[in-house]
Design a protein around this ligand. Structure first.
Ligand code: ATP
Length: 269
């Protein structure tokens, strides 16, 4: 069981305070949707949780121990991070790119072994990219590349997975597929944190949610308690339609609040 906690962290970039007193906890068995408007600090929080940013105050703890107490390679075997965007620096074949996910498990001069190859094959199968195995990743479409990068993150086979906007480039079929995959990983006992803009996907697939706004946590807990119309108004300045279909919740962003204000009053007949 893993517990990843931000304890009252503040993060500065340059002279700007980006996160202010953020406390949030993430547990095994949960797919936590990290939502909030552009610039709310979601990616910054994820980077702090991965020990890629040092908080100016507060600390991040992994299963009770300061995240800074873990050696880099040890942490890379515990925690896999898929950053936003999918920058590729070299023209690599897909299988070799996914194989990079096994680096934390390899010794300095050791090569991919049968266990590593099995993990690579599993990750490619789960993300449905096996057919691209021998393609140069740069030649793939944006959505295909996003799934390959997800495969690389999965190939590490860590107990903790933090993914930043993994469905942003995907078509609806693959959005559903990736969300089902992330939820099944959580149901298998992994700790999964997913930055999302799609509130419908967050409401439907996540079993925990953290809503951020202006560098702070506005609400956290069960998605139905976090993604309320009141909270969404406060965070995004939107009204939302909320309901159920096939016994599952849905949320549809409906109208900007300032658009409401500028709407003319209906004329009396
Ligand atoms: N290197 C930097 N220098 C200055 N400001 C930065 C830097 N990196 C991030 N910021 C600012 O920090 C704030 C939070 O950024 P962050 O990327 O965490 O937001 P986000 O919630 O992930 O947004 P989005 O949904 O747009 O991806 C933003 O206002 C951003 O402009």
């Amino acid at each position: 069981m893993s517990l990843l906690e931000a304890r009252n962290i503040s993060v500065d970039i340059g002279r700007t305070r980006i996160l202010t007193g953020v406390s949030a906890s993430f547990r095994s068995g949960y797919l936590t949707g990290l939502v909030g408007p552009n610039g709310a600090g979601k990616s910054t929080l994820v980077r702090a949780l991965c020990n890629l940013l040092k908080p100016a105050a507060g600390e991040v703890r992994l299963s009770g121990a300061p995240i800074t107490s873990f050696h880099r390679k040890e942490l890379a075997r515990k925690l896999s991070y898929l950053p936003q965007g999918h920058t590729m620096h070299w023209p690599l074949e897909v299988e070799r790119l996914v194989a990079l996910g096994r680096l934390p498990h390899l010794g300095p001069f050791s090569d991919i072994g049968p266990q590593d190859q099995a993990a690579i094959d599993r990750a490619m199968a789960r993300t449905e990219v096996s057919a691209f195995r021998f393609r140069v990743a740069e030649t793939l479409s944006g959505g295909e590349r996003a799934r390959v990068m997800m495969a690389r993150a999965l190939a590490v086979e860590t107990d903790i997975l933090l993914v930043d906007e993994p469905v942003a480039a995907l078509d609806p079929y693959h959005q559903l597929h990736v969300m089902e995959l992330l939820r099944s990983l959580a149901d298998e006992g992994k700790l999964v944190v997913c930055v999302l803009h799609d509130l419908a996907l967050a409401a439907r697939f996540c079993n925990a949610a953290v809503l951020m706004s202006e560098g702070r946590v506005l609400a956290q807990g069960a998605p139905q308690d976090v993604l309320t119309d009141t909270h969404l108004r406060a965070a995004y300045s939107i009204r939302s339609l909320q309901g159920q279909h096939e016994a599952e919740p849905f949320i549809l962003p409906w109208r900007r609040l300032d658009a409401d204000a500028s709407k003319p009053e209906p004329r009396p007949c």
